[in-house]
Design a protein around this ligand. Structure first.
Ligand code: CP3
Length: 343
């Protein structure tokens, strides 16, 4: 039995006030995050130092009392654990050694060989499950296979995921092997997070929107379905949030097709559209535009009320449509929460 609000919403309960958390809530917009990151030296050291990763996860909980904490880590730690080199270039983003040939694929490790690298992440989860306030839900996560594959194939972030689409067209076998390895490895990675204390898991498919038609079914829906069904077989009742960002019409039926308890909406859809087309199938999360955290004011208050109002007749977890940006003003986050909780 639980009265944690996020878990209640994930079971389908309609609450008078939606629970709230924010993607990237531990991040550079917070001075205390920047201080801890400086102490760690660099971003990856922060991810792999359990005490510091737990500290930055807790910072937004202390400051704002969010209803959930999300493990501080990154979706690209899994490819690193599989043997890809990973580093971050300041001001530019992630870089990885590329996997585009059968020979490069063959050098990767297997699904059961990832834990030595990822053990510090599980340690972070277990620290958090001890230290979080009892009303706060702990969310673990992984990237979806397609999104992680786009970085592994290109060796970096790309606007249109061109290199991954090219490999899919030119060497379907290697492409499918990468997706399949990521699918089974993600199950092992998430299972360890749950064993360490994660109460919910979220699958981030940030680039799902670039998969069209049958590709969306094969590489966004099907890997999510496999991961969710295996996680639920291992951990009966485990709630799962899926985020097929910019899926458009692909959002319709995503709950049923994948077994996700909650589908997170981005800002390419209006709250009214999400309520009519997605919330009819289950809990939704979203979808205030992150730009309001920069601009604030009456527009932030109005937009926050609009999101709450549009989703009030079904299960809803309040969130942004994507991560909060480094230029956001911490005061605006407080104003958003105040508006959600006090009208
Ligand atoms: O949401 C959270 O607060 C939990 C931690 C988390 C991070 N990344 C921390 C992070 C989560 C869930 C992610 C997911 C992630 N990482 C995604 C999917 C979600 C999305 O945003 O679309 C993706 C595509 C990545 C890969 C990644 N990591 C990129 C492209 C970048 C560079 C862009 C940037 O903002 O600098 C990162 C770095 C990263 N991951 C930061 C954080 C807080 C910034 C690192 C820093 O402190 O410099």
């Amino acid at each position: 039995m639980t009265d944690k609000t996020i878990l209640r919403a994930l079971k389908g309960e309609v609450l008078p006030t939606p629970p709230v958390w924010m993607m990237r809530q531990a991040g550079r917009y917070l001075p205390e995050y920047r201080a801890t990151r400086a102490q760690a030296g660099d971003f990856l050291s922060l991810c792999y130092t359990p005490d510091l990763a737990a500290e930055v996860t807790l910072q937004p909980i202390r400051r704002y009392g969010f209803d959930a904490a999300i493990l501080f880590a990154d979706i690209l730690l899994l490819p690193q654990a599989l043997g890809a080199d990973l580093w971050f270039v300041t001001g530019e983003g992630p870089r990885l050694s590329t996997i585009t040939t059968p020979e490069e694929f063959a050098k990767l490790k297997g699904k059961d060989d990832i834990h030595e690298t990822l053990n510090p992440v599980y340690e972070t989860v277990s620290i958090l499950s001890r230290e979080l306030p009892k009303e706060t839900t702990l969310i673990g996560f992984a990237g979806a296979p397609w999104t992680v594959a786009t970085y592994m194939i290109a060796g970096r972030g790309t606007k249109d995921q061109g290199p991954a689409h090219a490999l899919k067209a030119e060497d379907r076998e290697t492409f499918s092997k990468i997706i399949d390895l990521l699918t089974v490895s993600t199950v092992e990675y998430l299972s360890k997070q749950v064993e360490a204390g994660a109460e919910v898991v979220k699958i981030f498919d940030s680039w799902a929107g670039s998969l069209k038609g049958q590709d969306f079914e094969d590489f966004a829906v099907e890997p999510a379905r496999k991961i969710i069904s295996e996680m639920k077989a291992r951990f009966p009742g485990l709630p799962v949030i899926a985020f097929p960002r910019e899926a458009g019409e692909g959002y319709i039926g995503f709950h049923q097709k994948t077994g996700a308890d909650c589908v997170a909406l981005d800002n390419s859809v209006t709250p009214e559209w999400g309520a009519a087309n997605v919330q009819v199938s289950g809990c939704v999360q979203g979808n205030l535009a992150p730009g309001h955290m920069v601009t604030g004011g009456q527009a932030l208050i109005d937009a926050t009320r609009h999101v709450v109002e549009a989703f009030k007749n079904g299960p809803h977890i309040f969130n942004l449509g994507h991560g909060i940006t480094p230029d956001a003003d911490p005061e605006n986050v407080a104003l958003m929460i105040e508006t959600i909780r006090n009208g």
